[in-house]
Design a protein around this ligand. Structure first.
Ligand SMILES: [Zn+2]
Length: 480
């Protein structure tokens, strides 16, 4: 509980760092744009979700009550097209990939949002919002579609800096004769043949993507929310349009702080399906453990670019190993009852690093700086144990607690049990490999080497028993 330290966040709205003051004291309401479930999530998506996760974790660590909502977009052109290509229903496709999404984020130790609303389960709410926007003169019906009239919303462009007038000149917007202004965006799309559709006052159709997020954010978090997050690719048009819809509806600010994370590149290139360098979380987890991937995603500040490549993963793996080794060394260090001056010093130095960690996180969630404070703690622990063979019991407990808590803020759990299981598995694997090699040698009648393997294992306390073609192993009891 450290309210005394001021948290600063970089607000995309206004493009500057601001002191974070939630709408209701002590309480933070966060919305994060979730996945469109037509494929596995990629590591760029994972970066956005990991960043949102550490924001939630750090706010909780500071003592705030956090309510976190992240949606599932389960109706969209991409979903319709992919389901058609695969010859399955959109429900089946969306179900498959939303399950996969929840599995992937759980592996990365991303805490599940308090609410994960699905677009298709909120159609009546979206229709109601659209009707209100039409009633207030911000939206118009055109041949079964409904559009938002950006010329009516004076603040349009305040987040992205893209003004409606400038957009009209821009050639990137497709020409649509149904629109009054080229920058107008769709709230409701009329159903095309072979597409799913819901009944509405404007005929059968489906909601646009933008209306989905602002409607669900307001339903679960209220008219003004504290933090809205997402990748920077969402600033325009998605978040700009969310603001227009929500603020036109309520005449109140929709979001107090907009936080956007930078790109993730793959070996120096922007990730894209056409370049063939699209890395899903599942692909990445074939290259490293979930903890290493997570630690890698936090190794750069969220507003800095981050490049995914094998060398970076290797370095991250080594770094994380260094932290965990220091933690385990401390945990296993022999204890003593008496406190000496070195214990006092260790505690005060570790507390100073904890403060540095908090200052770094208070400065717009500067994770690389926070991580460097963790390395300092690891170094302090190692230096202490290089000199002192034992550690005072209470000192050990206190330092362990700081170390584990701060790692926990970054979502890195010290998986002591898992590590032991892993060592067990490795041991069994290597032993079985040795037995296979030995049996191969026996088939080749190389008795001498085969016997040496059995005898040397025996000296280590592992007994091999040949029974027919099979060889069993057991560990000699320590009492014998
Ligand atoms: Zn969204």
């Amino acid at each position: 509980m450290s309210f005394e330290m001021v948290l600063k966040v970089f607000n995309t709205l206004g493009r500057r760092k601001e002191e974070f003051i939630p709408v209701n004291p002590g309480e933070v309401r966060i919305y994060v744009c979730g996945p469109t479930v037509y494929d596995y999530i990629h590591i760029g998506n994972a970066r956005a979700f990991v960043v949102a996760d550490i924001v939630c974790r750090y706010l909780r660590y500071k003592g705030f009550k956090v309510r976190y909502v992240s949606n599932i977009t389960d109706i969209d052109d991409k979903i319709i097209n992919r389901a058609r290509d695969l010859g399955i229903s959109i429900q089946e496709l969306a179900e498959t990939y939303s399950d996969a999404y929840f599995e992937d984020i759980a592996k990365l130790n991303i805490e599940k949002a308090d609410v994960t609303p699905r677009a298709t389960q909120h159609i009546p709410e979206m229709i109601e919002t659209i009707e209100k926007l039409i009633g207030k003169g911000y939206a118009y019906v055109a041949d079964g579609d409904v559009y938002f009239d950006v010329s009516k919303f004076k603040d349009y462009g305040k987040l992205s800096g893209n003004k409606a007038e400038a957009l009209e000149i821009g050639a990137r917007i497709e020409v649509n004769p149904k629109k009054k202004n080229p920058a107008d965006f769709v709230l409701w799309k009329s159903r095309k043949p072979r597409e799913p559709g819901w009944y509405s006052p404007w005929g059968k159709g489906r909601p646009g993507w933008h209306i989905e997020c602002s409607t669900m954010a307001q339903k679960y978090l209220g008219e003004t929310i504290d933090i809205h997050m997402g990748g920077k690719d969402l600033i325009f048009p998605h978040h700009e349009n969310e603001i227009a819809q929500a603020e036109a509806l309520t005449n109140k600010p929709f979001v107090k702080y907009w936080l956007h994370n930078e790109w993730l590149t793959v070996e120096g290139e922007k990730m894209s399906k056409s370049l063939g360098n699209f890395v899903t979380v599942r692909d990445a987890l074939k290259m490293c453990s979930p903890a290493v991937l997570r630690f890698f995603l936090l190794s750069a500040h969220y507003r800095s670019p981050l490049d995914f490549n094998r060398d970076a993963l290797k370095t991250t793996g080594r770094n994380l190993e260094r932290l965990i080794r220091a933690l385990e060394r401390l945990n296993g260090a022999p204890e003593r009852e008496t406190r000496v001056i070195e214990d006092e010093m260790l505690i005060s130095e570790v507390e100073a690093e904890k403060k540095k960690f908090e200052e770094a996180m208070d400065d717009d969630f500067n994770t690389p700086l926070a991580i460097s404070a963790l390395f300092s703690i690891a170094r302090l622990v190692n230096n202490y144990l290089n000199v002192n063979k034992t550690i005072e019991k209470a000192t050990k407990r206190r330092v362990l607690k700081v170390f584990i808590n701060l790692l926990g803020v970054l979502g890195i759990e010290w998986a002591k049990d898992k590590r032991e299981t892993r060592t067990d598995e490795l041991f069994k694997g290597i032993l079985e490999l040795l037995i296979d090699v030995r049996n191969e040698l026996r088939r080749m009648k190389k008795w001498e080497i085969a016997d040496r393997i059995r005898d040397d294992l025996g000296k280590m306390g592992i007994i091999l028993e040949d029974a027919g073609k099979e060889t069993k192993w057991m560990i000699k009891s320590e009492n014998l």
